[in-house]
Design a protein around this ligand. Structure first.
Ligand code: ACM
Length: 490
């Protein structure tokens, strides 16, 4: 029987098989370019190991041996991201009312093939059989995110594309980029170029810095968009701003830029809350970031402002909320924004303090669940993990990361206020691609399942077995993941 991560909401398979042959075609019931792109990504995923041509044809009835992609709008219960998959001995038929749904159907199909499908080299002696059956599937949560901190250490465009491929494979639909912090400013703002040129020149531990040009950033957003992932940019303020303060004297209360910072303390920096130039700066940054962002959300951070008084914090956040909403975007902030007056549509992101997140839901605002002691991937797996931190005073093994429920984690939160789950990888100790893979995988597989699969279909003992097999796929993809002793790896 196939093993899928995330587990579909409904699936049954039987003994008969469909065999993908070298003559197979991918047939579309539409000429829409979006569906053609989905088919092209599917063919590109299946080609390296099979070396089949897999030509894509539109508007022709599919024949025995084909994969059919059908954009069909007659099943409203599938929602914005749901799909069905029907595998018979003759063909594999993927149906969805939306292109996003069809894309997820292709990701499920990839995982139905033998593990060798994920090899990068031709597998000449392999047959490409998949079990016949039906899948009817849709996500439990609309928000299935991962945050990557590119400020403490910088990860370039290729590293992000690699990550985006893996997010898409696990049906995660949001990549939140923490673009600025004390240790680095990682995106070119044309009206304030020293933010990136000076503020982006270094990183934690004095490691090399870097920044995205606006062209780089557009390329990341477009690559993600083709894989049904929305990029949410975060410009953290008023704290976590040393890189900005170091780049421009006039942003400082005393008019003097501090040195660049390469340590790992938090809470020591603040924008000058009472200077007019601060708000000119923010208007410029928000305008440029909004113009780079097709998604509807801009994240303004707002966390750990230990160098800003509470009154100043409230004044500041409410003013920023005006600036963000004027661009037509919705604001997201870390949970601390619950202390301020939130507009309808503003979203708060839980990470630690249950009281302040409740202040957000009490105002009727929606929230994203990122509990640090469950969903932070900078936290060590166990005492001996050489990478990572343990500031939560606990470790996060695979089981801890998997076995929790966003809807019941905090007593009294209205279920309808929870948009979904977002895991977070802070990078104080994470520097290389291998470091990133090791801390994210396989925890990210579990977060993907929490976001997608209904809670009644999630079970640790059963998941362990699936993850053991799934690990072989990650291995074939070259992911240097953590081989937890909680899993009997195959
Ligand atoms: C956070 O971990 N400071 C959001």
């Amino acid at each position: 029987m196939p093993t899928l991560i995330p587990q579909p909401s409904q699936a049954n398979f039987h003994e008969t098989v469909f065999n993908l042959l070298p003559t197979a075609e991918i047939v579309l019931n539409t000429t829409e370019s979006e569906v053609f792109n989905i088919a092209a990504l599917l063919a590109a995923a299946l080609r390296p190991a099979t070396r089949f041509e897999l030509p894509i044809r539109a508007g022709k009835a599919s024949q025995a041996g084909d994969i059919a992609l059908m954009l069909e709008g007659n099943d409203p219960q599938l929602g914005a991201e749901g799909y069905t998959l029907e595998i018979s001995p003759e063909k594999a038929t993927l149906r969805a009312p939306t292109a996003a749904g069809l894309f997820y159907a292709t990701q499920t199909l990839r995982q139905l093939f033998p593990i060798a499908i994920d090899c990068k080299d031709e597998q000449p002696n392999q047959t490409w059989q998949i079990a016949c059956g039906q899948v009817r599937d849709q996500p439990n949560y609309a928000w299935r995110g991962m945050m990557l901190d590119v400020a403490r250490h910088f990860f370039g465009v290729d590293a992000l594309k690699h990550l985006i491929d893996l997010l898409a494979y696990h049906k995660i639909n949001t990549l939140h980029l923490h673009l600025t912090d004390d240790q680095g400013w990682r995106i070119m703002i044309e009206s304030w170029p020293w933010l990136a040129l000076h503020g982006g020149s270094t990183a934690t531990n004095g490691d090399p810095g870097g920044y995205y040009t606006q062209a780089d950033y557009r390329a990341i957003v477009a690559y993600a968009q083709e894989r049904y992932i929305t990029v949410v940019p975060e410009i953290d303020m008023p704290g976590h701003t040393n890189a900005a303060l170091a780049s421009y004297d006039e942003l400082n209360e005393n008019g003097l830029a501090p040195n660049l910072y390469t340590g790992i303390k938090v809470g020591f920096s603040s924008l000058a809350i009472h200077k007019a130039i601060t708000y000119q700066f923010i208007e410029d940054v928000v305008r440029e970031i909004a113009a780079l962002t097709p998604g509807k959300y801009l994240h303004i951070g707002g966390d750990e402002t230990h160098s800003t008084s509470e009154t100043d914090y409230i004044t500041f956040i409410e003013r920023i909320q005006e600036i963000v909403t004027k661009t037509g975007k919705q604001m997201i902030g870390w949970e601390e924004i619950g202390k301020t007056h939130l507009k309808p549509g503003t979203v708060a992101q839980f990470w630690w303090n249950r009281k302040v997140i409740t202040q957000a839901t009490d105002q009727g605002n929606s929230i994203i669940m990122s509990p640090a002691n469950k969903a932070y991937m900078d936290i060590k797996y166990h005492e001996m993990t050489t990478l990572g931190l343990a500031w939560t005073k606990s470790y996060t093994e695979i089981k801890d990361a998997y076995e929790w429920d966003p809807a019941s984690l905090i007593d009294g939160l209205p279920a309808e206020s929870i948009l979904g789950i977002e895991s977070a990888l802070w990078t104080e100790t994470i520097f290389t691609q291998g470091n990133l893979d090791f801390m994210a995988f396989p925890r990210l597989c579990g977060y993907a399942e929490i976001g997608w699969t209904p809670p009644e279909k999630r079970n640790w003992d059963e998941y362990r077995g699936r993850l053991a097999k799934h690990g072989q796929r990650l291995q074939k993809m070259g992911i240097q993941f953590y081989h937890s002793s909680q899993i009997d790896w195959e």
